[in-house]
Write a protein that binds this ligand. Structure first.
Ligand code: GLU
Length: 466
């Protein structure tokens, strides 16, 4: 059966990892069943709205490739519809005007607290509520009883009458509450499969009550467990260093890697496989295999996965993606040179924002940093004069190389024999002297890309320093 799913964020902030995972699962269910994925912006809480959040949400979804088939709908455009449905409930005797002022309500709440009883609005239903004029809140006349339902992830669920109360349908500002509006919208938009995060699970009995009052067949309900912080205890928060999704995009995480990471955040196919193509995911994803307990957000795993995706890119593709990440010094160099540099660092590159740090040495002579010798265990105790002598021999051996990788490798190996040194000493020294970095890609490959002129110039400069 084709399922209609939706992502229904409130534009009250930036889209974070947990939110976008909900969208991804909803998108997957729709695509897997040849159904529809709807985007609905639930902008009924005017006070909490953050300007620009709606655009941020849409940009995030599009970056990840989660294109919606319908929408974006905005609840603020649909106030007349909620009013119409509120009238239906009034007519059916299932909604009434809340006559209380804020201070009267506070008093009732306070009294319940003193009596150590839970406050339930339905215990204070007014006897003759005034006709609803839109200035006071409109409340649902609930039916407190046992509710049972099947959750596509959580399994069999039930709740008792204590979970039910007369909640607000329409606020005094004329906007509907989430509890009311989403039910009406899901119905009118033909949503068959509702996927949302765990924070709503305690409200589901109220939704079931409302479905019954409106005589609406309830959709399939699926509750996703929360995304936990790296300690696996608390819900993931900004403090755990979790960035919003477009920050990862800016840092040069690839949408395919993020897609793969998010889908395996709380789901697996029963094997230990971690890397899946989008097609594989579309074939294998199954809501019934989403784990019921919280899924731990592990940024290192995301970064590892991203490195995997980067290593599998062709150089042409990687070069295209790297456009905005080059250090300023690179502007003087041509595309072929940059591609050669990229193929050297591709193996180690985990996200594109690392490009400047990893490639700078190929574009500019960095200041000579002698501390790299001091901190290298093998080199630290060798006399400066010896080091300088080794560099001179190296310069001599390299000065008539054609600088092909093969010739460089041969000469470097010959140098080991001639100087009676180990690679750990000689190659580290040459590496430091030519790249001023403690580590770099293969030495012959690096020197090949740097070219003869730069290599010899850097060697000369280093020899001078010792
Ligand atoms: N507007 C709700 C939120 O952003 C949506 C919950 C739902 O998907 O029904 O949390």
């Amino acid at each position: 059966m084709s399922e209609v799913t939706r992502f229904a964020p409130s534009p009250t902030g930036l889209l974070h990892v947990g939110g976008v995972r909900t969208a991804l699962f909803a998108w997957l269910v729709a695509k897997q069943t040849d159904g529809k994925f709807i985007l609905r912006l639930e902008d009924t809480d005017q006070a909490r709205e953050v300007s620009g959040a709606d655009q941020h949400i849409m940009d995030s979804l599009q970056w990840l490739g989660l294109q919606w088939d319908e929408g974006p709908f905005r609840q603020s455009d649909r106030l007349a519809i909620y009013k119409e449905w509120a009238d239906k409930l009034i007519e059916a005797g299932r909604a009434y005007t809340d006559p209380y002022t804020q201070s009267e309500l506070d008093e009732l709440r306070e009294k319940a607290k003193v009596e150590k009883k839970p406050f339930l609005f339905r215990n204070h239903r007014p006897e003759n509520p005034p006709k609803w004029d839109g200035k006071q809140p409109l409340r649902f006349l609930s039916d407190p009883k046992v509710y049972k339902w099947d959750d596509a992830v959580m399994g069999k669920m039930s709740s008792g009458p204590e979970a039910i109360d007369d909640f607000i349908l329409i606020k005094s500002d004329g906007y509907p509450t989430y509890n009311f509006a989403h039910i009406v919208d899901d119905y009118l938009m033909g949503v068959t499969y509702v996927i949302r995060s765990q924070e709503f699970v305690s409200s589901i009995p109220r939704f079931l009550d409302l479905y019954e009052a409106l005589k609406i067949t309830r959709p399939i309900l699926a509750t996703l467990p929360v995304v936990l912080g790296p300690d696996g205890k608390k819900k993931l928060s900004k403090r755990d260093g979790a960035k919003d999704i477009l920050d990862y995009a800016k840092d040069g995480y690839l949408p395919d890697a993020m897609f793969n990471f998010l889908v395996t955040l709380g789901w697996n196919d029963g094997t230990t496989q971690e890397i899946y193509t989008r097609d594989e995911i579309l074939k294998k994803f199954d809501m019934a295999r989403v784990q019921r307990s919280g899924a731990k957000f592990d940024e290192q795993r995301l970064t590892w996965m991203n490195g995997h995706y980067i290593r599998n890119l062709s150089i042409e593709k990687l070069f295209k993606l790297s456009k905005d990440y080059w250090p300023s010094e690179a502007s003087k160099f041509d595309d072929d040179y940059k591609k050669a540099v990229l193929s050297l660092v591709q193996e180690r590159l985990k996200f594109l924002a690392e490009i400047p740090e990893l490639t700078k040495l190929f574009f500019t002579d960095l200041p000579v940093d002698k501390s790299l010798i001091k901190t290298n265990k093998k080199l630290a105790d060798i006399e400066q004069a010896t080091l300088s002598g080794l560099l001179k021999s190296s310069r001599g051996a390299l000065s008539d190389s054609d600088f092909s990788v093969e010739d460089l490798s041969n000469r470097l190996n010959q140098l080991l024999t001639d100087t009676y040194q180990s690679p750990a000493i000689l190659f580290s020294l040459i590496r430091i002297a030519t790249t001023w970095a403690p580590a770099s890609p293969g030495l012959a490959e690096s020197l090949h890309v740097l070219g003869k002129e730069t290599t010899l110039r850097r060697l000369d400069r280093s020899i001078e320093q010792f």
